[in-house]
Design a protein around this ligand. Structure first.
Ligand SMILES: Nc1ncnc2c1ncn2[C@@H]1O[C@H](COP(=O)(O)OP(=O)(O)OP(=O)(O)O)[C@@H](O)[C@H]1O
Ligand SMILES: [Mg+2]
Length: 358
């Protein structure tokens, strides 16, 4: 008769590949059921976007065959409970991880990366919000097909809060929802700081696994306010491959060290990496040069998460309010899926490191 103790002993030889500790010490095994040679249990992952699910499952089965009984019939169920290392929940309570998408230079594709990241993460089953923090040039209302709509107010704990709009499984909040179509934002100087703080704290997001923040371009006061007001888990830096973009992106990273709290760089997304015409699928044209993403990743000592080529469908997706990541089986859909996994993986590693050191 197989015992629970034997199963746990076998699983203590299975490592979580990112956290470099075994599944039993990490408290990831639940609900073990044994019936003669049938063994069933649940592995609780730190993110539904875990890119190593299959490896973990294969390793579990192999360990039970090796250490318990090679004839055991093993069924591994996978669920997730997204990890978090937030201590102060005064701002944005209920949000487990907050990831800002930043860049130095404008127009490199932050908003496109942010919207597609949010959708690709939501497709894994994670609960996702997207905050468009680009108060001067908000784009997420358009990218999510929510132009012209308005959030409604609800009483939450005696306070009037804005309820985000929702599309494609993502809760979206943008200053664009509060403006009339032809109205520009005229907030200036100190007003911007207080307006932004209010904007961030007056939204009722509910429970979210990841809140993605689409940042404005550049490295000014607005950025410092945003970085200080929002308790960020980390940032994703977007760059294009050429040298000028790289220099600006380095400025954006340097800005992170100007505030007292340490904000980790989760990784770099190189956007517009190359162009491949449909009729010449083996050709890669390096329109904006090459190597910028890797250089920036080396500069930040963080990984190059992904390279996103130029695709007309990505641009059209943004313009028509139907983001490209929704078409998960296309080549670009797959790239966005892999980008989401890479971001979730870095968040999980970071949370694991913080948990182990505290
Ligand atoms: N990989 C891509 N392939 C094709 N078009 C892209 C790609 N990434 C972004 N674009 C297009 O490039 C333009 C700029 O992108 P986007 O608005 O996301 O940049 P941004 O960095 O947010 O700009 P800003 O600094 O103004 O906020 C948009 O028209 C977008 O559709
Ligand atoms: Mg933008």
């Amino acid at each position: 008769m197989i015992t629970e103790k034997e199963i746990l002993h076998a699983l203590s030889y299975v490592q979580e590949p990112d956290l470099h500790k075994d599944l039993v010490s990490l408290n990831m095994i639940k609900d073990i059921e044994i019936n003669d040679l049938s063994v069933e249990f649940t592995v609780v992952l730190t993110t539904p976007a875990c890119p190593l699910k299959e490896k973990i499952e294969t390793d579990c089965v192999a360990a039970i065959h090796q250490y318990v009984n090679d004839k055991a019939i093993v069924k591994v169920n996978m669920i997730s409970n997204v990890s978090s290392n937030r201590q102060d929940k005064f701002v944005l309570p209920g949000v487990r991880n907050i990831v800002a998408v930043i860049s130095g230079k404008g127009g490199v594709g932050k908003s496109t990366v942010a919207s597609n990241l949010a959708i690709a993460l939501s497709q894994t089953g994670a609960r996702i919000g997207l905050l468009d923090a680009d108060i001067y040039g908000p784009s997420q209302a358009l990218m999510f097909g929510l132009n012209g709509q308005q959030p409604y107010l609800e009483d939450v704990g005696g306070k009037s809060m804005m309820i985000p709009l929702e599309n494609y499984g993502v809760k979206v909040m943008s200053v664009a929802f509060l403006l009339k179509p032809d109205q520009a934002v005229a907030w200036r100087g100190p007003l911007v700081s207080s307006a932004l703080k209010q904007f961030i704290s007056d939204v009722s997001w509910g429970d979210l696994d990841y809140l993605i923040v689409d940042m404005p371009p550049g490295t000014g006061d607005v950025h410092l306010t945003l970085l200080q007001t929002t308790p960020l888990t980390g940032v994703v830096v977007v760059t294009t491959p050429q040298e000028v973009a790289l220099a600006d992106a380095q400025k954006a990273v340097a800005m992170l060290s100007m505030i007292p709290v340490k904000i980790p760089v989760l990784g770099v997304v190189e956007n517009m990496s190359w162009f491949t015409p449909i009729e010449l699928p083996d050709n890669k044209y390096l329109i904006f040069g090459e190597g910028g993403g890797q250089k920036l990743a080396d500069y930040c000592s963080s990984p190059l998460l992904t390279q996103v080529p130029l695709y007309m469908d990505i641009m059209n997706g943004g313009d028509t309010g139907i983001p490209a990541a929704l078409r998960a089986n296309t080549p670009y859909g797959k790239i966005y899926g892999q980008m989401a996994q890479a971001v979730a993986q870095q968040v999980a590693i970071l949370n694991g490191v913080v948990a182990q050191s505290s």
